[in-house]
Design a protein around this ligand. Structure first.
Ligand code: BGC
Length: 795
């Protein structure tokens, strides 16, 4: 009883409450021991833990304690396996317990609007249903251990370009149906303890200050009752953020308490909001402390089983993109193993999610251990993949007389990182050339791809098989051996469309936008929603993956002829394993709205189910589709609506491979047609765009005069800007291992350039004061007197 009363915000002074609203340091919430309020430790991953006990940073530059590096989200998503995602979440939670971490900063569930987004490897899918369901499983898995999970980055954070300042202009319907829907599902179904407000703005409002987003939608409509934390350095106006419902500012030391006190004094901040946020932070820390009091295994006890789980997860999530029958391979095969990734694996992306693995299994050692007779040649140098014809020539030589050539290619580490987007969908030229040269001398060429996002595969029809490993985590080498041998079926299905050309991506002309804004003119038409509506054939479709063996599907049936609001209908199909090995099948159900009320993507995923079948076995796979999944966001009524009419359910192996269809009547709302039927999918003209937005197109913020929101790059041409960029780069806490790593260097360069000037105070933990920030702004604007005055300011 006493304890409960001690942890009540109303027992604290206003100053004590305010102190809880920002972190104690880079990773911890603030404790108030005199009130028995503990501190909670937060840590990235989330495909493992980046627990930093010494130097701290938000870019994965300083070192962290070793933890199991599971496959990142892009890989795991290809499993479409909620149980597996739960299991990995649970394992991450157990390691969090062992390392004293109270909240894991993940999963990240932003929609993959464009395959070039630099952080796509950290996200699940282009589809909100799949993202939302996997996120709910990850959260449930992590939280089953008593550790909290944090959904991020809320919301509309779909690119790295100018991520701290960019304003995402998106219409309300697209926001609700695509960008918020996965978050909604995960919040409603798994009750995460934390949600992270993103860096960017949405329709003019900073995500950290958007009351409509953090309070109205997240808390009131979806019932979220946890803590909203800022992304690291994402808070622009602290009092406005508290009012909006953004409880905890991270990292600590941003020096925003004076601004909060001033806002309380002048009445612009309601003390009730402060108390409420303080209470949420207290509850989070107390929960973390309670969980930590339970006995838990140590890291040493977890290592073996978690490494095995990482291996199984990576192998079973791998996607067989093509296979002329060469796979699975048999042990004893004489293989030419080609590609430096066989010894220096690409197994995770760079940035804040970077995990220091507990061990690393390479493909070379794993294939040898699995009984292959291996000759090896690197083919390229792994860091930059610059053209080195000598290496390629040597590889071709060993490929010539091998039974099978396994070529490991993909993106070098420098291409995939938080902090910047990729510039091209192409693989490094050396990798393409290597595959072509090897395939020319050995038709039995199997390509194993290590990438965190789609790439172009110009040689895709010229090789015997392509296995997509994505980024396999620390056991990626063993996983590849297991997948190639079929010890574990590579049962993955793509969670994103692999376009045949960059110009096939609807968002491409608008991505990544300008200096101040990015316009989401393609609306709902992202990934397969676009491909199936306009009829562009992708290289590999959303949902595609061959697995091993074969199957036959019967005709689909529906449990009833109609469905009404609040109800559901079950779609069933009989699936038979016609092969001679156990096979994992994935049944996908897409909806085709026939009501004609509103322009909808031709196909939208409304359900899926996995099933494991023994040879010869037949199973009825049943997928329940709630009527809610058929609703659209009616921007006129600002509410969800179920259009009356009919829907065709398409039972499919991928968004391009429909096996059978069944039509169901929808007893929904009688609605007038919302849009003229000719309305284009993509709002290419300003008129269409304004119509879809329901207002005039907002003008971008002017670049000048410079403000606290201007970036270091924006003022780079000024004397002040140049001096500043050099000083910040020197302050970055890079570990010895990473000092010479080009990906880390690029990350630093890009991050420094993109940092808003306010970030100097927010990210320096008190080393840079707000008056220095204001002085920099004034100097950059060419006002030295105002700059000096700012420096001499008191407080
Ligand atoms: C990233 C977050 C991460 C945080 C803390 C930010 O730069 O966007 O995903 O959780 O840093 O490292």
């Amino acid at each position: 009883m006493n304890e409960r009363r001690a942890a009540d915000a109303s027992d604290l002074t206003v100053d004590e409450q305010l102190s809880l609203l920002s972190g104690a340091d880079f990773w911890r919430t603030r404790a108030l021991p005199e009130h028995s309020i503990p501190s909670a430790m937060l840590a990235d991953g989330p495909h493992g833990l980046r627990a930093q006990l010494e130097a701290t940073d938000h870019l994965g530059l300083a070192s962290s304690v070793a933890s199991t590096c599971f496959p990142p989200a892009a890989t795991l998503a290809s499993s479409w396996n909620e149980q597996l995602v739960h299991e990995v979440g649970e394992a991450v939670g157990r390691e969090a317990r062992a390392l004293g971490v109270g909240v894991v900063l993940g999963p990240g569930i932003n929609i993959k609007r464009h395959p070039l987004c630099g952080r796509n490897f950290e996200y699940y899918s282009e589809d909100p249903l799949l993202s939302g369901r996997l996120a709910a499983s990850a959260v449930a898995g992590i939280q089953s251990t008593g550790v909290g999970a944090c959904l991020k980055h809320f919301a509309v954070n779909n690119q790295e370009h100018r991520r701290f300042v960019i304003d995402a202009i998106v219409d309300e319907r697209t926001l609700r149906e695509l960008y918020l829907r996965g978050f909604e599902h995960a919040v409603r179904h798994s009750a995460p303890r934390m949600v992270m407000a993103a860096y960017n703005r949405i329709n003019g409002d900073h995500a950290t200050e958007a009351r409509w987003l953090l309070s109205d939608i997240l808390r009131e409509q979806w019932g979220f009752d946890g803590v909203v934390v800022s992304d690291w350095g994402a808070t622009a106006n602290r009092p406005a953020a508290v009012t909006a419902g953004m409880d905890l500012e991270m990292p600590g030391g941003a020096g925003t308490e004076p601004a909060l006190r001033a806002a309380l004094a002048d009445g612009t901040l309601d003390p009730a909001h402060v108390a409420l946020s303080a209470q949420r932070v207290i509850d989070l820390a107390v929960q973390a402390q309670d969980a930590a009091a339970e006995p838990a295994p140590t890291m040493a006890e977890l290592l073996e089983s978690h490494d095995a789980l990482a291996r199984r997860a990576a192998a079973s999530s791998s996607v067989v993109l093509t296979n002329d029958g060469i796979l699975p391979l048999t042990p004893g095969t004489r293989v030419a193993l080609i590609g430096a990734f066989a010894e220096a694996p690409r197994y995770q992306g760079s940035g804040s999610s970077l995990v220091t693995p507990t061990r690393l299994t390479t493909a070379r050692e794993a294939l040898e251990a699995a009984g292959f007779e291996v000759t090896y040649s690197p083919g390229y140098e792994p860091v930059r993949s610059a053209l080195t014809p000598m290496l390629a020539a040597e590889a071709v030589e060993i490929a010539r007389d091998a039974d099978v050539a396994i070529v490991m290619v993909g993106l070098p580490g420098i291409a995939e990182s938080e902090g910047f987007d990729r510039e091209t969908l192409a693989l490094p030229a050396q990798h393409d050339a290597l595959v072509e040269a090897v395939a020319a001398v050995n038709p039995r060429t199997v390509v194993a791809l290590s990438v965190g996002a789609p790439v172009l595969l110009p040689w895709r029809d010229g090789v015997a098989a392509i296995v997509l490993s994505y980024l396999g985590g620390q056991a990626s080498g063993g996983a590849l051996a297991d997948a190639l041998l079929g010890v574990v079926e590579p049962a993955g299905r793509l969670a994103e469309t692999w376009p045949a050309a960059q110009s096939d991506v609807a968002a491409d002309p608008y991505f990544p936008g300008g200096l101040a804004q990015v316009h989401y003119r393609e609306g709902l038409f992202v990934g397969y929603r676009h491909a199936t509506t306009v009829g562009v054939a992708p290289a590999f479709a959303f949902g595609h993956g061959l697995g091993y063996g074969s199957s036959e599907w019967g005709a689909a049936s529906a449990s009833s002829a109609s469905v009404a609001a609040g109800g559901s209908v079950t779609i069933s199909v009989a699936v038979t394993n016609t092969g001679d090995r156990t096979r994992h099948e994935l049944v996908q159900v897409y909806a085709h709205d026939r009501s004609g009320v509103v322009l909808r993507p031709r196909r939208e995923l409304v359900g899926f189910a996995r099933s494991s079948l023994e040879p010869g076995e037949t199973r009825a796979v049943a997928i329940e589709v709630a009527a809610d999944a058929l609703r659209f966001w009616d921007a006129r009524a600002r509410d969800w609506a179920l259009p009356r009419g009919s829907v065709t359910f398409e039972v499919a192996r991928s968004s391009e491979q429909i096996e059978s269809v069944v039509e169901v009547r929808v007893d929904g709302d009688a609605l007038d047609s919302v849009e003229p039927p000719h309305t284009a999918a993509i709002a290419a003209t300003d008129e269409q765009w304004a119509h879809r937005l329901g207002r005039t197109i907002p003008a971008p913020r002017p670049a000048k005069p410079f403000t606290r929101e201007s970036t270091v790059g924006d003022i780079a041409h000024t004397l002040t800007g140049r001096a500043l960029a050099a000083a910040i780069a020197r302050m970055m806490p890079v570990s010895d291992d990473d000092k010479d790593d080009p990906a880390s260097r690029e990350l630093i360069e890009r991050t420094v350039a993109e940092l808003p000037l306010r970030g100097l105070a927010q990210m320096s933990q008190g080393r840079v004061s707000w008056k220095t920030v204001d002085a920099v702004v004034a100097f950059a604007n060419g006002h030295p007197v105002a700059g000096l005055r700012a420096l001499l300011r008191r407080g």
